[in-house]
Design a protein around this ligand. Structure first.
Ligand SMILES: C=C(O[C@H]1C=CC=C(C(=O)O)[C@@H]1O)C(=O)O
Length: 460
């Protein structure tokens, strides 16, 4: 196929970043595309996987054209880039979840860089992929992105893109998933448990101190795991896909490091008309029988400590969102969000986008909500940065995607997650500390929060 006239014309008009979307046929599942597709580019290429709880959208990204990390990987600098590129991007169609999409994760706190585990991913890692496969409910698409500064580049990049797409279609054509092992035998160690319990006590005293405005601080702790073999994101994702319904699934892979999670929590999504977010905080384990589960649900819905934890989150979201939306918020009454191991107090929140407010501005205003930071925000962030033993890296940070052309996308909160490198992994679990918190119970709660990723790794 020759270089289309439309693309030549776009180049002549000054476009330099090209995002070509076409329909993608075949029955291959997104996981199969994630497993086999990387070979279309190179086995070592960056990969990203994203699936929404409703499965309405799945993204598989392979390879990268442009990378945004360190100081380029903040919402503010990505917003600058998005504005700068407004007239320089050619995208042939407008399709939700396809096209010039930057994806990955921002850092939890750019200022707090002390994470030995995270390597390149430590301070935010987003990129414009070379290939993006988008699976929607009705139609699937594949996008090929490239940058061209000269006509020669335009031509060679276009033909390279066509060749890669053909290889990709062939690779995934038979839809035979790669045979994967079930999971890994691991050794696991909860890190610094006594120190963490003391920190919870110290945090409770800080909150009780009347001279101090702090109401809530979320503290995270760590579970280190060591497997007998290299831990593959393909195995962990395939397990999570089976085990965790009702959550976002994500994997961000660069070199030997992968950040993987199954999070229930939406931070912010934006389509043409609406911003959507959610207030999720306050937790209880799931019951082993439906009767036990119901008892746990009822007591969670009426427990003053958990209701307060959740209320602090909702109040902040309402305050922040008021500047981002027009008219009133659509907010059903309190309910429960149930995942396999844990249940939470939950209110989804939605509002009509105020004209001119971008997704990234909304993200900056909301992150971190008191479900991951605390109240007030800055004091809680300082406390976390000085008192927690290991940096958070991308744990608890916004993970997701943004279309540079039409300002839409979705970011979840990167919890129920872990970072993996070769045969090692570090899982994260946090909990909201308020003045009634009891350290031993918070320890148990964080243990439950390690379970989704533990199951993902072991396959049990
Ligand atoms: C910080 C985490 O969970 C947050 C989200 C929901 C409920 C939470 C809680 O009940 O404490 C946490 O705020 C985590 O899973 O690591």
């Amino acid at each position: 196929m020759n270089l289309p006239e439309e693309i030549k014309e776009a180049f002549a008009e000054g476009k330099r970043l090209f995002s070509c979307i076409q329909e993608f046929n075949g029955d291959a599942t997104s996981l199969t595309i994630y497993q086999k597709g990387a070979q279309a580019i190179s086995r070592e290429a960056e990969r990203f996987y994203w699936e929404t709880p409703t499965k309405e959208l799945t993204l598989v990204a392979l390879g990268s054209v442009l990378t945004f990390k360190e100081e380029d990987g903040t919402p503010a600098s990505l917003l600058k880039y998005q504005k700068k590129m407004a007239n320089l991007i050619y995208q042939n169609r407008l399709i939700y979840g396809a096209g010039a999409i930057v994806l990955g994760a921002f850092a939890f706190n750019q200022e707090d860089a002390q994470c030995q585990y995270w390597s390149d991913l430590e301070r935010g890692y987003l990129y414009l992929p070379r290939v993006l496969v988008t699976k929607g409910l009705e139609q699937n698409y594949v996008t090929f992105n490239f940058v061209a500064e000269t006509l020669d580049e335009l031509e060679s990049q276009w033909f390279e893109g066509q060749a890669i797409m053909t290889t990709l279609e062939q690779l995934v054509d038979d839809n035979h998933p790669v045979t994967l092992q079930k999971g890994y035998h691991i050794k696991q160690q909860e890190l610094a448990v006594d120190k963490w319990l003391t920190l919870v006590e110290e945090t409770v005293s800080e909150i009780k101190d009347a001279a101090n405005p702090i109401k809530k601080i979320v503290l995270a702790r760590h579970l280190e795991i060591l497997a007998e073999e290299v831990i593959s994101s393909e195995v962990v994702l395939a397990n999570l896909a089976q085990q965790q319904t009702n959550t976002y699934l994500f994997a961000l892979v660069s070199g030997e490091v992968s950040f993987i999670g199954a999070t229930p929590e939406r931070l912010l999504s934006a389509d043409e008309n609406y911003f959507k977010t959610a207030g999720i905080a306050g937790s209880a384990p799931r019951g082993k029988t439906s009767k036990e589960d119901q008892i746990l649900s009822e007591s969670l819905l009426t427990d003053p400590k958990n209701i307060y934890e959740h209320h602090v989150v909702i109040q902040r979201i309402e305050n922040q969102l008021a500047d981002l939306i027009e008219g009133s918020m659509i907010q059903p009454k309190l309910s429960l969000l149930k995942n396999r191991d844990i249940q939470h107090l939950f209110i989804p929140i939605k509002g009509k986008r105020r004209n001119g407010v971008s997704l990234l501005e909304g993200l900056e205003a909301l992150h971190p909500t008191p479900a991951l930071g605390g109240e007030p925000k800055e004091a809680a962030l300082d406390w976390i940065a000085t008192k927690e033993f290991l940096g958070r890296g991308l744990y608890g940070a916004p993970v997701g995607w943004l279309n540079l052309v039409r300002d839409e996308g979705e970011f979840a909160v990167g919890i129920r997650s872990g970072i993996f490198s070769k045969n090692k992994g570090m899982l994260y679990g946090g909990c909201g500390i308020v003045e009634d918190s009891i350290p031993e119970l918070e320890l148990k709660e964080t243990w439950v929060k390690f379970q989704p990723m533990l199951r993902g790794v072991t396959g049990e």
